[in-house]
Design a protein around this ligand. Sequence first.
Ligand SMILES: [Zn+2]
Length: 444
Amino acid sequence: MLLKALKRDKANLFLSGIFNVETGGMSVRTERFNKSTDDFTGAFRECKKCSSMDENVVFFSTCSKCLKSKENYFWLHAGDGDGVYAVFDILKTNKKHEEATCIGFMTVLFPTDEFAKPIVEHAVGNALGSPSPLKAFGFTVDLLEEFNDVAAFKSFEITRFKLEEESVFISDAEAQIDTSYAVVRVAPSSPDPVEWTMLAFSEPVGEQLGLYPNDVNPRPRILIGMDSAWLAQNGIEASMKTPEGKEAFEDWAVSGVTSCHISPMSDVAIWFNYKINEAMEKLNYAASWLLQGAIHGDSDCINELSKYSDKISDPDWVTTWAGQRLQHNFADTFKRKKKLPFVVPEASTFDQAHEGEQVTELMDVCDILSSLYSEYREDERFEEFISFNDIGLPLAYMVSSELCELTEEGVRYIKETWKLFLEELGVPDDGYEDLESLLETAES
Ligand SMILES: [Zn+2]
């Protein structure tokens, strides 16, 4: 019913991030004022007074020190226990303004290899070299129907959050500083706070996937936080009673722990988040995920940071973006010592030369080559160049006119043609935005 309503409303899913679960449980929390740190960064600074998962208490933890409560925090056993899970913004496009508003989020708790991994790889692959990489991260709700009979899932309500313009963090139940989390930004349609209802969906009892087909308690496979007013308008309410009590807790706790992965999944989650942001060309975010991985000693992240030496050699960038990744302890130490606790290998000379050649954005390169191809075909100065580059130029024209999307192979042709064109003009790549400015530079 929910899927139908989302389709009817032309709502889409946008892959916004990945989080990892190491404790068998996941949590959802809002930004909240934390009395023990005296600021709003408190959501991720677990306090000494409380535990994220109180024994024998399902979903909630209340604390007078850090102000955890039903209104800003809950945990839930995550599908098959530990793993890496994808989070989507649920976006509704407003026809009048053609703007998308976020009316909720969805987390899909299917096993990592079956869901999160193929989705991320698919999106990153499609975004690569695409003129509009963001499009690759959008999905229709049909996506879910490929994964067993989700329409038959039963739902129960966990709690409701009142939200102003703030962030909702989705992460492991026990948020640590090295936890990967996904963030959903709430955009209320009115000046009043909006209310989001948290609904968990599971297979009908007795038909569950995974290691424990005979579990009697529902194991959440999909978690949705959704604008309560929207749910009411569409007549959607929970179909089951909310499970509570010791039995549900123990059963879930056992399956959560036994289906744990042996090795931590945080590195995988960090890597996926890095890849997603890089493919979206959000390079500050991409580099900041690598920074988080590097701070916690992941050698792949440290090596990959050599691509971002311009950023990590800037102390202000490091402090700002470590803060963005909630690495407050690291940021504090770095501010004093101005020294990274790891050594980033220097980018190879090939990479440096390569980067130096390609400072104009790929989409601008396509537009410039496209203008050359369509407007200067009769110009004898470029006659030879145009007839020689009979693949790269038409390809750039097609991409620029949105007649086709670029493959990895295509990107190579375009880059090669671009290199030859700059050599022809005898100018370095200084980041051009259009053909006129490039020709002006060449003439001066
Ligand atoms: Zn507390």
